[in-house]
Design a protein around this ligand. Structure first.
Ligand code: GLN
Ligand code: ZN
Length: 747
């Protein structure tokens, strides 16, 4: 271990400050840019990133990707499903076929990268998978950087995490476990390490974030085996094993006993990790002191203290970000519109690199601590009225009258049939809707003109729903670009960026709002849309809000107070919105919480506390609703064993859930815990262009009536219809309505 690491970051954004990669790959997909042109853009972005990182002692390499790093790893080791390979396309198009599918074949499944909003592609492996090092991306990018005079440390998804993230291919036997392929995969990693070493690589980084979640003894043994074998290779680069988003837990002793040279610790997500740092006394400890996934400047003095404590244990210190900077925008300096008191508290990727460099110079280079002085400027703006109100919140604010009483009051007010039909909120966002938004941006129409077009769209959607015969209508959400951004733009306490893009998946990027201060609602946010929609029809129109957990999950949140308190501030704002909707005559209000499951902590031991505040915030938002107001919630996932009690805890009158895959199990699970309120298992899978027939939907509903009485059962799609076209949505909803009518007559 003669080469230190010094200062480094675990990864870096790759889409470019102006989303150059997004635009290039999309041009390539549509045939407007050829492969050589795409390569040029990519090489330019890589060179730019390496230049921006060149002040670090150790520059991460192979952080670029055309789509996703897990997909890159699958392709590197030839784990290409037959359906994609058999298309007979060239390498790049095979890669994109795996990512996006083609007219003939489905893509790999996509899912969340741990508890972030980044999505990776899920490798498919089976007993017949034969890993083979057929790619050379890490080597090629190492050489490319070297030719620019920059020595990089190739970053790779580690072999164990790769297999833990993979899923069995469709034709694998039921008892097949991807981890059974570890030996073959590690052999190929070994070959890769040797190849990298031969190319001159001194360090590699193998990411094993799967081990910051709870793991079985077998999985820990797999980690031990893999790193025993890799670290015993005779001619290899030094190995840094990186874990992030939490504490290594039982994996730390395993790594400590291995012969790898360096281990990273996420001291932001898990400051307690410092207590066990002495386990790593003979290694380099890559201390994640600068937060990689939020946008705040680091308290460099505090970080320096932590770093010094690690050095005191005898370990060799290296200074780093807590995780890859992939999860933050690239450059604060590109923003021209941020209020100075907010800006002074922020650091994006480039600024975080600078923080790491300075920490390194002080902690490792012996330079004066003066270098750390201009940090942590400014604080959140306090809103005393909000704080006073929160201090007064009692359990009663989170409690409605018992459900049976509410159900009676709602029944006499709403007079809904058994198996009432409804949708989840959004209707297709047509070209005309998007055009109106674009016209508003460019100034082709003014606010009033935009408003007028949206009101016409609402009317069109109401008329359509009436004609189809749905029981509970929605306004269709045409005015919402995004279900979180829409609210964040209407709440005080949020800032918005112009170029703060973060990759969500592939070429899709989002600009999460930044919640920097106490939060309040200066004016009603949705009432006039609901009111307008309700004025057009005698049928009940559902008001549509996004819940506190989801608003926080898709934003950058403040870290100067517990998230639970921030969630309650959001909840109070929503509570006022609920009251205003009620006052406007809206009888049904839906509060969406699609993120409830996805921000579930990675470790079991943290889950209860999370669910307690998450449920508490929802109940604070909805607890002021009158008994005769029907509160709905919508949850976007089908596997929710982990949170099933929390779903009951929300105490919504009606819960609609995604149920495309395991419909009846969900109903049975809910019944098993005594859930006895309204439920709408999705009977139309909106993630597919397929239109379900009346018989199919009726069959599903009939089956559902065996688990839940029809009076409490709802008929609805899986999720919002925003991404679908009317050509599919119209017939699907017609079939849904006829199916409900048919089944109603039978029960
Ligand atoms: N009401 C939202 C919609 O219909 C819900 C979206 C979601 O669940 N992600 O679009
Ligand atoms: Zn949904």
């Amino acid at each position: 271990m003669n080469v230190p690491i010094g200062s480094t970051v675990l990864g870096y954004p790759r889409i470019g400050g102006r989303r150059e990669l997004k635009r290039a790959v999309e041009r390539y997909w549509s045939g407007r840019l050829d492969e050589a042109g795409l390569h040029d853009v990519a090489a330019g972005l890589r060179a730019q990133a390496w230049r921006e990182l060149s002040g670090l002692d150790s520059v991460p390499g192979n952080t670029f990707s055309y789509y996703d790093q897990v997909l890159d790893t699958a392709v590197l080791f030839d784990a290409i499903p037959a359906r994609h390979r058999d298309l007979g396309l060239n390498a790049l198009d095979t890669y994109f076929a795996m990512a996006r599918g083609t007219d003939e074949v489905t893509p790999l499944e996509m899912t969340k990268w741990f508890d972030t909003n980044y999505h990776y592609l899920v490798p498919e492996v089976g007993p017949d998978t034969r890993f083979a090092l057929t790619g050379d991306k890490p080597v090629a990018e190492y050489r490319e950087a070297a030719s620019l005079g920059i020595k990089t440390r190739p970053v790779l998804v580690g072999p164990v995490t790769f297999l833990l993230l993979a899923k069995p291919s469709a034709d694998a036997p039921a008892d097949f476990a991807p981890l059974s392929l570890l030996d073959g995969l590690v052999e190929q990693y070994a070959e890769l390490l040797e190849t990298l070493r031969a190319a001159g690589v001194e360090w590699v980084q193998l990411d094993e974030p799967a081990f910051v979640a709870d793991r079985t003894p077998d999985e820990l043994a797999a980690l031990q085996d893999a790193y025993y074998r890799l670290s015993n290779l005779s001619d290899r680069p030094n190995i840094l094993v990186a874990g992030y988003f939490g504490d290594w837990g039982e994996a730390l002793p395993v790594l400590a006993e291995s012969s790898v040279e360096a281990v990273s610790l996420d001291l932001v997500a898990a400051p307690e990790a410092i207590e066990r740092v002495s386990l790593l006394h003979d290694k380099i400890v890559v201390a994640g002191l600068v937060e990689g996934r939020n946008v705040w400047r680091t308290d460099l003095h505090r970080a320096a203290e932590l770093g010094a404590r690690i050095a005191d244990t005898g370990a060799v210190l290296a200074v780093s970000t807590s995780c890859s900077l992939l999860h933050v925008p690239l450059d604060l300096d590109a923003e021209t519109d941020l209020a100075p008191e907010v800006r002074s508290r922020l650091a994006f990727a480039k600024q975080k690199v600078d923080e790491v460099v300075r920490l390194g110079r002080v902690l490792l280079g012996g330079e004066s601590a003066d270098l750390l002085s201009d940090t942590a400027a400014g604080t959140a703006t306090r809103d005393e009225a909000v704080r006073a109100r929160l201090a007064e919140v009692t359990p009663e604010h989170r409690t409605r009258v018992p459900y049976p009483d509410r159900a009676d009051a709602q029944e006499s007010r709403l007079r809904l049939p058994a198996l009432a039909t409804t949708t989840i909120g959004s209707f297709p966002q047509t070209g005309a809707v998007r055009q109106a938004r674009a016209d508003l941006r460019t100034g082709a129409i003014d606010e009033a003109g935009y408003e007028q077009r949206m009101r016409e769209e609402v009317e069109r959607v109401i008329r359509l729903q009436e004609e189809i015969g749905l029981d509970v209508l929605v306004h269709g959400e045409p005015e919402r670009n995004d279900m979180v951004q829409y609210f964040a733009e209407r709440l005080d306490g949020f800032a918005h960026t112009e170029l703060g893009w973060v990759q969500s998946y592939g070429s899709r990027c989002v600009r999460p709002p930044i919640l920097h201060s106490d939060l309040s609602r200066p004016a009603p946010m949705t009432v006039r849309w609901a009111e307008h929609a309700q004025s057009l029809t005698p049928k009940p129109v559902k008001g549509m809000l996004t819940g506190p957990v989801t608003i926080l999950a898709w934003s950058f949140v403040r870290t100067d107070q517990p998230l639970a308190d921030t969630a309650d501030q959001v909840a109070l704002a929503l509570r006022d919105e609920v009251a205003d909707l009620e006052a406007a005559g809206i009888g049904i209000i839906q509060v969406d919480e699609p993120a409830l499951r996805e921000t579930l902590p990675l470790r079991e031991r943290d889950r209860k506390a999370y669910l307690d505040w998450a449920v508490g915030a929802f109940r604070l938002a909805t607890g002021g609703a009158a008994p005769w107001t029907q509160v709905h919630t919508h949850l976007c996932y089908s596997e929710f064993g982990d949170v099933i009690h929390a779903i009951d805890g929300l105490d919504a009158d009606v819960t609609t859930i995604e149920a495309a895959r395991s419909r009846m199990e969900i109903l049975a699970d809910l019944a098993a815990i005594g859930y006895a309120r309204g439920v709408g298992p999705g009977v139309y899978d909106i993630h597919s262009p397929r239109v379900p027939g009346t018989d199919e939907v009726a069959g599903l509903l009939t089956e559902a009536t065996k688990a839940v009485p029809a009076t409490r059962l709802w008929a609805n799609p899986d999720c919002g219809l925003k991404t679908r076209g009317y050509a599919e949505v119209e017939p699907a909803l017609r079939n849904l309505v006829s199916a409900a009518i048919r089944v109603r007559a039978q029960v």
